[in-house]
Design a protein around this ligand. Structure first.
Ligand code: DO4
Ligand code: MG
Length: 311
């Protein structure tokens, strides 16, 4: 499987390249950022990927530090209540049930800002639950990688980690339930859209491990999606331009019952068929992700933060 990677080499220089699944990474000529790749049209990006695939490999995946595939002016956004299970779960948790019922069928979808690129974590890095939240969940979601024109040019695995108790207490608390240190995880490789024959029936699987046992597992499929994914992107682009594109989490179809909460020490594994796997240990306090500030200028410190939490 071909993936567009963003990574740091041994010197700490941040690069982009093409991984082919064998470990080999081919570098894009001219050292573009992901943001530069998303300034291209879908056709131009495809030509660049195909010509780069013919070049000799330059890096090996085991020698580099894979980084989240967002940079520049990209933004991470999310849609909500796009699966029936999500609607049911919000109605169960909220003091304001009818707003979730209404948005499920409304023409205008629920869209919310999730993170700037530097706040996003990737494979093996910790996510977190808020230390002031009682009920927390991972939200496994297919992520659309959208170019400047709003075209879907790739797919990623995303986790919209959320506090159910904070949003449930009052929907106006949504930004606090959704946006905090360690709440946004995106898989490291972008799978080009033309490599996924049919994104409308991909299996999505969630496993939460605790102390060596499975604490929760669930499965859904994008076939249960209640909206047109590209329609979500159109709503987002209607409101404002995105010069470097964006990643849009398309909503969760897996929500545990309310007797389950994600906790520090757990490990979350999300698989989206054909797109990849995203594995993150969980911290019990968002402040433990403050090292992301330091990682802005020193990406290699991310290597030491991997595998530092969870079971
Ligand atoms: O307002 C609720 C957010 C819902 C959400 O994030 C989802 O359905 O994935
Ligand atoms: Mg969500």
């Amino acid at each position: 499987m071909t993936r567009i990677m963003r990574f740091a080499d041994d010197s700490g220089a941040v690069r982009t390249g093409l991984a082919d699944g064998t470990g080999a990474i081919r570098a894009f000529a001219g050292a573009p950022r992901v943001a530069d790749l998303l300034r291209l049209s879908a056709g131009e990006l495809r030509s660049l990927v195909e010509s780069t695939a013919e070049s000799p490999p330059v890096f090996d995946e085991k020698d580099v530090v894979a980084l989240p595939p967002l940079d520049g002016l990209m933004e991470l956004w999310a849609a909500g209540v796009t699966y029936e299970r999500s609607r049911e779960a919000r109605v169960a948790e909220s003091t304001e049930q009818s707003i979730y019922e209404r948005v499920y069928d409304a023409e205008r979808p629920e869209l919310f800002f999730k993170a700037q690129p530097w706040r996003v974590v990737t494979e093996g890095e910790p996510i977190a639950v808020r230390d002031d939240s009682e009920l927390n969940v991972p939200e496994p979601e297919l992520g659309l990688v959208l170019n400047r024109q709003g075209e879907t040019v790739g797919y990623v695995v995303t986790d919209d980690v959320s506090s159910r108790s904070i949003e449930g207490e009052n929907p106006l608390y949504l930004p606090q339930a959704k946006v905090y240190g360690g709440s946004a995880a995106v898989s490291p490789g972008i799978v080009p859209a033309w490599e996924i024959a049919d994104a409308s029936s991909l299996a999505i699987r969630l496993v939460v491990r605790r102390g060596g046992a499975v604490a929760f597992e669930g499965e859904t499929s994008t076939a249960a999606f209640h909206r047109d994914p590209q329609g979500l992107a159109e709503h987002l682009w209607h409101a404002q331009p995105f010069p470097d594109g964006a990643v849009l989490c398309t909503g969760t179809g897996i929500v545990p019952e309310m007797d389950f909460t994600l906790s520090g020490g757990d490990t979350v594994e999300i698989t989206v068929e054909g797109v990849g796997v995203l594995t993150n240990p969980v911290l019990g306090d968002q402040a433990e992700l403050d090292w992301l500030v330091e990682a802005v200028d020193r990406p290699l410190i991310r290597r030491d933060r991997r595998g530092a939490a969870g079971s």
